[in-house]
Design a protein around this ligand. Structure first.
Ligand code: GCV
Length: 714
């Protein structure tokens, strides 16, 4: 005992420091300080029935053994007798069985879905978790633990849920040297150097966190790809990760550099129609599947931003994607081919992806998905939905969201992605009349597709709290929850995350939720209101630079996007301009093309208007810009006040970190506001309306504020 005490204290302390630092994410499993509830939970979990063993069912045991003692202070006991069990995991219990006299909705589930049922009909009350597969049971276990962390009364534990989308993937933009493109949370968690031997326990924690929110795949490497990862030495490292993730239902995918046959295969060409190239990929894929039998497939960025691709050989995107798809098909693998392309000869970058991909509709193999970015330009704070959604009925289309905050505050701003994603998912494409939402394209229901997917560019790094900003964890969480069920309200997701991660105190929950839900619009207001876009500094994209005009290539310059001069501001995408609006279905086109019906939020995306143009708000464009920039800053001030008011309910380390970061956010919001207002004022030539405070610095001062070493830019 004497010897045990220091060890015990060390364990407690390190668990507590990790918790304080946010390592455990939303899987904190805090002690439930409610005697009635914990008594009920204890009774149920004192006899758990699990049907046998498999790596996935063992992962269920592992999770229960971790969570229950922490939440209830009691051990989980397992039983083989269904009758005496309080919690039953089952893949086949018949509802007619006298063991469980409750209706069990197996038929409503898909392969990954689960139900949780409280069954109190007779005898000992039970919670039944049903699924058609082991992985469904694991998701059900996490569902149960979530409900417990949210303090659901057992009688209220009733849900039947299946993921609407088949592939729910993280895309890591992690380089093999462990730098992370657009990563703001340290270096890559893949410690390639010590793999395959060292199986960092963090890999399992990564899998647990992902499985807990239904993520079922991960692309390990950057889309700006390095062919080295396809060599045998590196595939062995990938295999180790795949083996660790498998019990958690997570498949591994890699980015395929199109020129790999030349770079590591010693071929003279990567032409997708060349037999030697086709054979090289077939052999490479065979080698991968021999090591990783459930390998997911490839993600490809081709002929975009300098990446090689089929167009280097005068072949089409379809030729390139299909060649890889043919190599993968016999093994059940897929290709995710990105639509993020914008050739230098285009007149409007907005149009680029649609113009290249729409003519290829119907030309891709069945195991190809076209991965379309959220936004026709590039993950900007607010973009209209990409017109490609709904426009390719004969092609599998998937959505690419950015979780990492490249254009939305990076490591320093509190910005909640759920309202951002939902705005796009809920947008109506009108592809098949009213109600043809982006979400229905993505989940396949609009055109009857079964190979469907959502990808999120990961915000994970080796920082102790995984994501850098404590609230960036909520974005990983929200991505997973929405990929599973896009109809979940943003507020519900925020509340779930707050209660599992920060506090249950209702006043604090209410205030933090307010901050989260308003953070999205606040940032848009102080960065790029009413349809301004891509006015960040070049390269690292950190801080404002609306005056940027140094690149030869026009569409890399902020001035290309806002087109401000003394006559007005905005990008004309109507018939009189680039006519990008013609890419949308009629109803959407009509809504946006008329400045009188175009929502104020999108005005400058589609119209070039004089400074005196009247917005729907009744303000002129200039007044509206000022109003939004100043309101954005005021919102951050209000977040600081609200956050201060919850101090006593938050772990001190997390409280402090968020507090300091909010101060930094205010500083940067002011920087954005003043730099942009002063710059646009040189064209509007109008005063900043009263009672707004005057900027404290000059435009020259802001033009000289150059950030040299921002993270995520290598
Ligand atoms: C991975 C933007 C980012 C790049 C990124 C690219 C892409 O341009 O700034 O870092 O490259 O998008 O999505 O391919």
């Amino acid at each position: 005992m004497k010897n045990f005490l220091p060890v015990f204290c060390f364990l407690i302390l390190s668990a507590c420091c990790h918790a304080q630092a946010g390592y455990h994410l939303w899987l904190n499993y805090n002690y439930i300080n409610n005697p009635t509830l914990s008594k009920q939970y204890r009774e149920l979990t004192s006899a758990v029935y699990l049907p046998g063993h498999s790596p996935t069912l063992d992962a269920v045991r592992y999770e229960l053994n971790k969570a229950i003692p922490a939440m209830l202070g009691s051990n989980v006991l397992y039983t083989r007798d269904i009758r005496s069990a309080g919690v039953i995991f089952t893949k086949n219990l018949s509802e007619k069985s006298d063991q469980v006299p409750c209706s069990l909705p197996f038929e409503a589930l898909n392969e990954e879905g689960y139900f949780i049922r409280y069954c109190g009909a007779s005898g000992k009350p039970k919670i039944i978790i049903g699924a058609k597969s082991d992985i469904g049971l694991l998701y059900g276990a996490f569902g149960l633990l979530r409900m417990m962390q949210l303090h659901f009364a057992p009688q209220k534990m009733n849900t039947t849920t299946s993921p609407a989308v088949k592939l729910r993937l993280l895309n890591h933009w992690d380089n093999l040297n462990r730098t992370v493109e657009r990563g703001y949370a340290g270096f890559s968690i893949w410690n390639w150097h010590t793999l395959p031997e060292y199986r960092d326990p963090r890999y399992t924690d990564y899998a647990r966190a992902n499985a807990s929110i239904g993520i079922n795949g991960t692309v390990l490497t950057n889309v700006n790809a390095n062919a080295t990862v396809l060599t045998r030495e590196w595939l062995l490292k990938v295999k180790t990760l795949a083996d660790l993730f498998r019990p958690y239902g997570i498949k591994v995918y890699l980015t395929a550099r199109f020129s790999a046959p030349i770079e590591i295969g010693k071929l003279k060409t990567a032409d997708p129609l060349s037999d030697s190239v086709k054979n090289w990929w077939k052999e490479k894929v065979r080698e991968i599947y021999a090591l990783i039998p459930d390998f997911g497939g490839f993600l490809v960025k081709a002929n975009s931003e300098g990446q090689p691709g089929p167009q280097d050989y005068n072949r089409s995107h379809a030729d390139g994607a299909n060649m890889l798809a043919d190599a993968l098909a016999p093994h059940g693998g897929i290709v995710m081919w990105r639509a993020f392309v914008y050739r230098p000869d285009i007149t409007d970058r907005f149009r680029a992806a649609y113009d290249e991909f729409k003519p290829l509709d119907g030309k891709f193999r069945d195991n190809v998905l076209i991965q379309v970015k959220n936004g026709p330009i590039d993950f900007q704070p607010r973009e209209p939905f990409s017109p490609l959604f709904g426009a390719m009925p004969q092609t599998n289309m998937m959505m690419e969201f950015q979780i990492t905050q490249e254009y939305v505050g990076q490591a320093t701003h509190l910005f909640f992605v759920a309202p951002w994603y939902k705005e796009v998912l809920d947008a109506d494409t009108y592809a098949k009349g009213k109600g043809s939402t982006v979400s229905k394209v993505v989940d396949g229901s609009l055109y009857g597709k079964t190979l469907t997917g959502v990808a999120g560019v990961s915000n994970i790094g080796n920082d102790i709290n995984w994501c850098g900003h404590p609230f960036a964890q909520a974005n990983w969480y929200a991505f997973g929850r929405l990929a599973w069920n896009a109809t979940l309200p943003a507020g519900e997701i925020a509340e779930e995350w707050i209660k599992q991660t920060l506090t249950h105190e209702s006043l604090a929950v209410q205030r933090i939720k307010h901050i989260m839900l308003h953070s999205t619009e606040a940032l848009i207001n102080y960065m790029t209101p009413i349809g301004l876009t891509h006015i960040m500094q070049d390269g690292h994209h950190y801080g404002p630079m609306p005056w940027g005009n140094s690149f030869q290539r026009a569409d890399w310059n902020p001035v290309y996007y806002h087109r401000a001069d003394t006559n007005g501001i905005g990008f004309d995408r109507t018939e009189k301009g680039s006519n990008a609006l013609s890419q949308y279905f009629t109803e959407v086109k009509q809504l946006f093309e008329n400045p009188a019906t175009c929502p104020d939020e999108y005005l400058l995306w589609f119209h070039r208007v004089p400074w005196h143009h009247k917005m729907k708000s009744g303000r002129t464009v200039w007044e509206e810009l000022c109003y939004r920039y100043y309101t954005g800053v005021d919102s951050v001030r209000s977040f600081i006040k609200l956050w201060r008011s919850v101090e006593k309910w938050i772990q001190p380390a997390i409280y402090r970190q968020v507090s300091d970061l909010l101060e930094r956010q205010l500083y940067e919001a002011l920087w954005w506001r003043d730099a942009c207002i002063l710059y646009f004022q040189t064209f509007s030539k109008m005063p900043i309306p009263k009672p707004y405070e005057a900027p404290k610095q000059t435009l020259e001062y802001f033009k000289n504020l150059k950030i040299n070493y921002a993270p995520g830019h290598w």
